[in-house]
Design a protein around this ligand. Structure first.
Ligand code: ADP
Ligand code: MG
Length: 466
């Protein structure tokens, strides 16, 4: 019938616009490396901020003592304590608590947000058992994982550049977030020093390196997306300070803000961006990350409902609600293997209020999830390939002795962890780009919540007592 022909045409057009043939991915990877160079060359030289982390040494394994971490930057925030026992003891003991951030605090005032965090931390400290040991007379020390773009001025200070991922808080941009947190800790009467301010990518890189010496980069695929890697200090022209002894500096790329004319943007993406809290920004993130994939699918379904009456004569009202279809819903539908696609039927009903759907409609919905997820996964793979190129690790090479050089990328984030089709597509696309020989030496390692441990490790290596 006419309905089906029109609906199929909408989906076909989506598929064409979202296409990411390998040649396009190579152009995108090349654009990524070009932007990396530009962002390292000068402040404001690129959409990629290529932020200095002031981390010039990654964990060695020698770290010892009781340290804390606080992770803010997604749907939940976490507090963590670890007892580090050096090379033999490693992570002797750890405990964490996760607290979800009330939505009103994500768009409220700075004081309220930081007071909420400090008070959760105070409760966490109050519940500490004797298994954790702080030597007499010592101040507690914390690694603060703050996963928004920050212009750091030292390992433990930095000004917020902008909020992302649905946060929009008054009066914090330009402020030192460590000072904000420290004042909130004082208001709680907590005697604690913030020893390291790190992005989650930096934390993941640090935690990853602690576990595996061959880790050279970290990628986050969760609510948002970002990457960090170890750069040679002399390859950072915009760095005018003393060259670190190690000769290295970890760079927080803020790759979510990457943008290129090669990116396959559709009308759905343009509209999503235009109506977002940060129009014109984080374009790569809006194509790839967990906050947005489900929302893109919703926009396609809404258009189908409006233009082809796919879901009946009236447009289901819930389908008009932004962000109602979350990426975990999309993922559940996409992985539905039942013959009648009953998970798809159930999600359409529960989430979008569409009471009954035919198998043909359900199949079409799965097809849309597939197009949107694969585009995101392939674009993420192209970004990783771009980093490997920048590092000169995109082809087979041997170290002095002739042994193969191994390259490990620490990966974290709920999207990568839970969205199997996304993860498998990313991995197979990266293999496709690298070729069999080079991909044999490149490993993506899931560093589940490595960023918390990583931040605590960096607090340890930047302790005031060293
Ligand atoms: P954050 O990025 O907020 O720090 P996580 O790394 O845990 O936290 O990632 C959470 C994000 O991962 C969610 O916002 C969601 O987009 C995505 N996610 C979580 N579970 C799933 C799932 N089952 N399928 C697909 N995506 C998921
Ligand atoms: Mg996270």
């Amino acid at each position: 019938s006419g309905l089906w022909a029109r609906a199929a045409a909408v989906v076909r057009e989506l598929e064409e616009r979202c296409a990411t043939p390998i040649g396009k991915l190579r152009q995108i990877a090349d654009a990524m490396t070009v932007e990396m160079h530009a962002g390292l060359a000068s402040e404001g030289g690129s959409k990629l901020k290529m932020l200095l982390s002031y981390v010039d040494n990654l964990p060695t394994g020698d770290e010892r003592g009781l340290f804390y971490a606080l992770d803010l930057g997604g749907t939940n925030f976490r507090v963590l304590r670890v007892q580090l026992g050096g090379k033999e003891g490693r992570v002797a003991k750890q405990e964490y608590e996760e607290v979800s951030i009330p939505p009103h605090l994500m768009v409220g005032g700075s004081h309220e947000l930081f007071d909420f965090i400090a008070s959760a931390l105070a409760q966490f400290i109050a519940s500490e058992s004797d298994d954790f040991h702080l030597p007499d007379g010592r101040q507690r020390e914390l690694g603060f994982t703050f996963s928004f773009p920050v212009k750091q001025s030292s390992i433990a200070s930095g000004a917020l550049i902008k909020w992302t991922k649905g946060f929009a808080i008054d009066g914090t941009v330009g402020e030192d977030v460590v000072a904000e947190l420290t004042r909130a800790l004082e208001r709680q009467g907590l005697d604690m020093r913030v020893s390291a301010l790190v992005n989650d990518t930096i934390g993941t890189l640090a935690g990853g390196r602690y576990d595996d010496n061959d880790v050279v980069a970290a990628v986050i695929l969760g609510t948002g997306t970002n990457a960090a890697y170890v750069e040679r200090a002399h390859a950072i022209p915009k760095w005018h300070g003393l060259l670190p002894k190690s000769g290295e500096m970890v760079i927080n790329m803020e790759w979510g803000n990457f943008r290129s004319s090669h990116l396959p943007l559709t009308d759905y993406d343009q509209d999503l961006d235009f109506e977002s809290l940060n129009p014109g920004e984080q374009i790569y993130e809006k194509l790839i990350s967990g906050m947005y994939l489900g929302e893109i699918v919703r926009r396609v379904l809404l258009r189908l409902a409006q233009e082809t009456s796919l879901f009946g004569d009236t447009v289901p009202s819930k389908l008009e609600v932004p962000f109602i279809l979350r990426t975990p819903h999309m993922s559940a539908m996409h992985h539905d293997t039942s013959p009648d696609l009953k998970v798809v039927g159930a999600k359409l009903k529960e989430v979008l209020g569409i009471p009954s759907t035919s198998l043909k409609t359900r199949k079409m919905v799965v097809g849309i999830c597939d197009i949107v997820a694969r585009r995101g996964a392939r674009l993420a793979a192209a970004g990783i390939y771009g980093i490997l190129k920048k590092l000169g690790r995109d082809s087979v090479s041997t170290e002095g002795g002739g042994s193969k050089q191994r390259t490990v990328i620490a990966m974290d984030g709920g999207l990568y962890e839970h969205y199997t089709i996304f993860r498998e597509c990313l991995e197979s696309t990266l293999r496709e780009m690298l070729g069999e020989a080079a991909s044999a030496s490149i490993v993506i390692k899931l560093a589940n919540d490595g960023s918390g441990i990583g931040a605590a490790l960096l607090a340890a290596s930047h302790s005031q007592y060293l």
